[in-house]
Design a binder for this molecule. Structure first.
Ligand code: NAD
Length: 268
């Protein structure tokens, strides 16, 4: 019970795979009640995550919602409050990539990535803030009235050719997170971000699935290994718990040093 999350209610978006799945399982193991958000086409994978949390003695429920749709997001928060009374933690994780040469990128591709990555985080964070303010402080549960963790990327800082829409969405998340953190700090709501580097998940399979791709990728990672979803989930536990009670508006890079301009190390 290091993290003191027992009976706190957490919504994790995009939790049927990859980083979101690992965050949901880690929060469930740490005693939180977890809403495992997923797209309706991923219902089976989401049920698996719920079963895994329950088999470890935790509580969880799956909820299908497209985070880019206001009515879906509102229905998800309503259901969480109806079922569990309130929400204490939001992990704004759902995200997509849809790359193209810039001159060939369609407006649909641009809008789709913005809709999921940026509108989705806005809509979920707004419902979370509304619920935190409605409920008010619960000092016996947590020092903060609510906690929001935004899954950003090293590409909030590192430009990314052929993924201009994705990098733009993550840059947007960085200033949304900080501006919101500044706005709601007096309400004792903490808002932080995690910037993962290269984590082994379905989103970037082609970057690690062949030995050649993996060795190219490792050139960008001073720490010498690709990240695994629990590396990110561990950071989420910290930012969700009172261990980080004085931390707000921060971005925690979980990237094995990818954002440290590794090319400047030369051959050492
Ligand atoms: P992933 O593809 O396994 O996870 C993304 C999840 O979001 C999927 O489960 C998908 O179904 C869900 N999703 C997509 N659109 C959605 C929508 N409209 N509504 C609800 N859910 C939706 O990949 P991942 O690597 O686990 O990505 C999770 C987050 O981490 C993303 O925000 C991604 O940008 C970020 N990230 C990943 C890496 C990495 O190396 N894997 C690096 C930096 C940032």
């Amino acid at each position: 019970h290091l993290f003191g999350l027992k009976d706190q209610v957490a919504i994790v978006t995009g939790a049927s795979s990859g980083i979101g799945r690992a965050c949901a399982i880690a929060l469930g193991r740490a005693g939180a009640v977890v809403v495992v958000n997923h797209l309706s086409r991923s219902a089976d994978a989401a049920s698996e995550v719920v079963r895994e949390i329950e088999s470890a003695g935790g509580r969880a429920t799956a909820f299908a919602a497209d985070v880019s749709r206001e009515e879906d997001v509102q229905a998800m928060f309503q259901e969480a409050v109806r079922k569990y009374g309130t929400v204490h933690i939001l992990v704004n994780n759902a995200g997509i990539q849809s790359g193209a040469r810039f001159q060939e990128m369609t407006i649909e591709q641009w809008r789709k990535v913005m809709a999921v990555n940026l509108d989705g985080q806005f809509l979920c964070a707004r419902e979370a803030v509304r619920e935190f303010l409605r409920r008010g402080p619960q000092p016996e549960i947590s020092a903060a009235t609510g906690k929001i963790i935004c899954m950003s990327s090293v590409h909030q800082r590192i430009p990314w050719a052929f993924e201009v829409n994705y990098a733009s969405s993550k840059g947007g998340i960085a200033l949304m997170m900080q501006s919101l953190a500044q706005e709601v700090a007096p309400d004792r709501i903490r808002v932080n971000a995690i910037a993962p580097g290269a984590i082994r998940t379905p989103i970037n399979r082609e970057a690690w699935e062949t030995p050649q791709a993996e060795s190219e990728l490792l050139k960008l990672i001073p720490y010498g290994r690709i990240g695994e979803p629990p590396d990110v989930a561990n950071a989420v536990l910290f930012l969700a718990s009172d261990l980080s009670d004085y931390v707000t508006g921060a971005t925690l890079y979980v990237d094995g040093g990818m954002a440290l301009y590794p090319a400047f190390r030369g051959s050492g």
